[in-house]
Design a protein around this ligand. Sequence first.
Ligand code: 4NP
Length: 158
Amino acid sequence: MKILFVCLGNICRSPTAEAVTRTLAAREAPELALELDSAGTAAYHAGSPPDARTVAAAARRGYELSRLRARVVRPEDFDLFDLILAMDQENLAALRRRAPVSAQARVRLFLEFAPELERREVPDPYYGGPNGFEEVLDLAEAAARGLLAYLRRSARAA
Ligand code: 4NP
């Protein structure tokens, strides 16, 4: 199972989602053998490590992001990944415009997997204060747990 997390710059939200899901999957669902990656719909930060504030906030909760490097979404991603999970509606719309018809159903919102939050979007923390980075982590932890539960149910049903 291959999952791609997508935000705008690939330096804050989607690297956090990737690292949180990787850590929780290793601990709670190693049998799923997930392959995880992240990308941005915009290319401005391609090649850069994640935002220093994102790396620091994640490290305080035990998530390692410093080795990740930003990249833009590529056309072949729509063939390679089983799920392509957008952090907000704007990035969902950008992905839907680029995805072939055959991939549309695999393009979804990350927070769909945490319906108890009653939120659809992971807010962009880039121009806000430090609370924004904690909020991204809170939302990512909830959605990653929901995603792992969904994948376990799917694996059992298969
Ligand atoms: P991300 O956050 O989409 O969560 O990586 C952003 C990073 C950079 C910018 C916007 C959002 N930017 O405008 O440079």
